[in-house]
Write a protein that binds this ligand. Structure first.
Ligand SMILES: Nc1ncnc2c1ncn2[C@@H]1O[C@H](COP(=O)(O)OP(=O)(O)OP(=O)(O)O)[C@@H](O)[C@H]1O
Ligand SMILES: [Mg+2]
Length: 229
């Protein structure tokens, strides 16, 4: 469903170049829960941002559902990003003035759909993540784990082809983190494709497949033994 072909990403800083990713090729199937591991600076976030169309590779190609993310207009890319991809981040990125239900509805509110038409779906998603009793709370009235659940529900409102998560529990204690991983694993069991960046081996083990990056190169893939492992 996601095809990454020889993707590279080079950042230029003055006269020096940083090769954040080198020649990464990877296919991700529908229904997978892929964990991306690797040390700090190994290119994990860079790879996730390329998959999500938040950033463009300097070489290579990326396809989602057979559609290339390169050579398309910014408007088309924005639409794919908004409709086909769900993002969750370490710092939740909820809007403080909106209720939980409004935050969940936000991606579709931005398209101009009125909240009255989105509310029941937003509430259903909040119930799915265990927050049926918190739909009218604002972020400041929620715990960190609850805020991340709201962010997960928000990422799901467009029925995305893939849910992308970058260190989704980096800001949470270990017990709350485990609850979030269990929630993600349950979503995956219901069919949701997930790609998660983590540096924690225990977190990565919730995935159905683990890949490892080292200095921007794919150095391990649990779905087929690679040399040097
Ligand atoms: N916008 C940028 N400009 C220049 N260099 C960058 C930029 N973004 C990332 N890099 C560099 O690219 C490399 C890979 O960064 P990336 O954020 O993908 O690492 P990471 O594996 O996610 O690390 P962490 O675990 O610390 O989040 C790093 O050396 C980083 O300094
Ligand atoms: Mg990162």
């Amino acid at each position: 469903m996601i095809e990454i072909k020889n993707a590279g990403k080079t950042y230029r800083q003055g006269t020096s170049e940083i090769h954040a990713l080198r020649n990464v090729s990877l296919g991700i199937d529908r229904g997978e829960f892929l964990s991306i591991m690797g040390p700090s600076g190994s290119g994990k976030s860079t790879l996730l941002n390329l998959i999500g169309g938040l950033d463009q590779p300097t070489s290579g190609e990326i396809f989602i559902d057979g559609r290339a993310l390169h050579g398309i207009s910014d408007d088309e890319l924005t639409l794919i990003r908004r409709r086909r991809i769900g993002f969750i981040f370490q710092f939740f990125n909820l809007l403080p003035i909106l209720t939980a239900a409004e935050n969940v509805a936000l991606p579709l509110l931005l398209d101009g759909t009125p909240f009255s038409r989105l509310k029941s779906k937003a509430v259903t998603l909040l119930e799915q993540v265990g927050l049926g009793a918190r739909t009218e709370h604002r972020p400041e009235q929620l715990s960190g784990g609850e805020m991340q659940r709201v962010a997960i529900a928000r990422a799901l409102i467009t029925d995305p082809a893939v849910l992308l998560a970058d260190e989704p529990t980096g800001n949470l204690d270990s017990h709350t983190s485990e609850d979030i991983f269990i929630l993600l694993a349950n979503l995956n069991k219901k069919g949701q494709t997930i790609v998660m960046v983590t540096h924690d081996p225990k977190a990565a083990a919730y995935g159905t497949r683990i890949i490892t990056l080292k200095d921007g190169v794919l150095s391990g893939d649990s779905s087929h033994a690679m040399e040097g492992r």
